[in-house]
Ligand binder design. Sequence first.
Ligand SMILES: Cc1cc2nc3c(=O)[nH]c(=O)nc-3n(C[C@H](O)[C@H](O)[C@H](O)COP(=O)(O)O)c2cc1C
Length: 321
Amino acid sequence: MDISEIISKGFAALAPMAGVADRAFRELCTRYGAAYVVSEMVSSKGVSMHDRKSSQLMCISPDERPAAVQIFGDDPDTMAAAAVRALEYEPDFIDINMGCPAPKIAGNGGGSALMKKPELAQKIVAACVNAVDIPVTVKIRSGWDENSINAVELAKRAEAAGAAAITVHGRTREQMYAPPVNFDIIKEVKQAVSVPVIGNGDIVDGISAKHMYEYTGCDFIMVGRGALGRPWVFDQINAYLTDGTLIPDPPMEKRLAVMLEHIRAICEYKGEYIGIREARKHAAWYIKGIRGAASYRQEICAIESMEQLESIADSIMLSYE
Ligand SMILES: Cc1cc2nc3c(=O)[nH]c(=O)nc-3n(C[C@H](O)[C@H](O)[C@H](O)COP(=O)(O)O)c2cc1C
């Protein structure tokens, strides 16, 4: 399936989010209408060393299609070898991470550090494109810092190297996740390349999705934090962009039911011991903004079993009746 075909079938993709957008979350978002999903970033070095964790991160289930595997690294050969190995997991495409700001990644030359080395970035894209017969996409930021906004150059180089689409998170590395999103740079990238451009940054509902599309002229959009504890945001975006329908957030009972289903899936895939610990943050996101959220959050931070979470959900429900 090529990227144009994938994006013609929906409005928004789920962003790659390490430690968050795992199989359980990706499956849920797919069910709620995400047009495609992207794996948590996988280290190309880890893949080349046959590291078990990297292999697990690349697994894609039938319930989360179309899906990309995202890889990071700073060496063209290692990245190309990782892209080839990723094919074992049958991704619909490979995405290259050129946006991660984390010192552990960027400090080793990968992720957003590639924004500072456009020639190397281009070589990496070319190496991956030549190594695999599925589309290769690239995810960039606006630049390293406000004095080096170079997303247009990066995007042009990625396109020249054969990238099938470019996602632009409209923030610099230095901004990390702080506002504002630079919509102008996404617009400039869209005007500079012919491959699809995917706009990313602070989309949280139908209205912000429409703004991203209309202001930047982008071909598609990607949602990250706006989906945390709110996987139904894709339904809301799809409805709004189809005919202007504003779907409200689900009522409390439904919200809690989705939370429990999500966290049961995490526990099923990772085992309850690891799963419930990883799930605490998700549970906290689901109850964000509700009456008494702060004290429920404290309880959630200490849960050790699915049963404890179910009992918290019961108390929340009772306080809403
Ligand atoms: C917890 C977390 C983990 C992330 N991990 C990745 C990652 O693995 N790869 C990547 O390209 N971007 C990653 N990102 C960045 C997101 O994909 C996205 O570009 C960013 O959050 C901006 O979009 P948003 O405003 O919709 O959240 C991560 C973001 C968050 C919040």
